[in-house]
Each structure stands twice: as structure tokens, then as C-alpha cells.
Design a protein around this ligand. Sequence first.
Ligand code: FEO
Length: 161
Amino acid sequence: MDINKTMQDAFNKQIEAEFWSSNLYLAMAFWFRKEGWNGFASWLFKQADEEKEHALDMADYLITRGGVPEMSAIPAVKNDWNDPKEVFEAVLKHEQHVTDLINKLADVADAEKDRASQNFIDKYIDEQVEEEKNVRDILLLFKQMPQHAVAHIDRKVGERE
Ligand code: FEO
């Protein structure tokens, strides 16, 4: 059965959000490069690629279901931050917002009784749990920074087999 218009519109809104996320992470990566933080920049370039992949995957799903992916204008993103920790706090906040959007997309699939879309969206619900955790782990490293010697002992102790 072809995807219905309500579900298609909801997916197209999410595709726009995924491209916006990709642009936001690119802007963050550029900022890190400018400031000379190449490791952080590399992480964010990969994150930006992942968001674009999400958008393409959703567009592909729409086509598979007889729908039409529509490209819309992507609103501008922020381009400046004060320090690395502030950037990763913004990443976590943004991923929590994306989780909210994915949950709403799942609500539309439930309301439309679209089983195939429910199934498709499930992997993004799992993905968001993973993405939020990854950023929380980075923020934990910032939190432990004043105790980096203790963190070193922690890693050594953790090597026990
Ligand atoms: Fe496409 Fe980070 O969610």
C-alpha cells in the first residue's frame, strides 16, 4: 500500500530536520577547525555525514513506499560558540530535540496505523538512545577533566581481565 499524504508530509519534515542537523554539525566542525581542535572537528564531520545519511535513508524509504521526498529550504544554523564544552552541550540539547521529533514521527505512524512506517521508525528510536549516550559520554570526559590523573588510574584499573 502506498504511503499516505499525512505520513509522507511528516517524513518530509523529518528529512528537513535531518539536513538541518547535518548543517549544524558541519558549522560546529568548521568552528572547531578554525579554533584548531581537529579531533572534535573530525567527530563532528562524521556526525554531519550520519545526519545526511538519515535524511537519504528516509527519502529512500518514501520512494520505496510510492511517496515523494521533497527538498525544502533549510533554515540557517548557529555558527559561533565560546568553547568546546559549550558545543557538546549544544549537541546533546539538539539530539534530545531530535529524539522528540522522532517520537512525534512515531506518533503519526501510530495514528495512521502505518505498520511499515512504525517498523522503519523503530530503528531511529534506538539510534537516538545511542546518539544521546555518545554525547553524554563526551560531556562526562569534560566533567572528569580536573581529575585527569584519577581518570588515568581508572583506565588502568579497568584493564583487569
Ligand atoms: Fe539523525 Fe542525530 O539524529
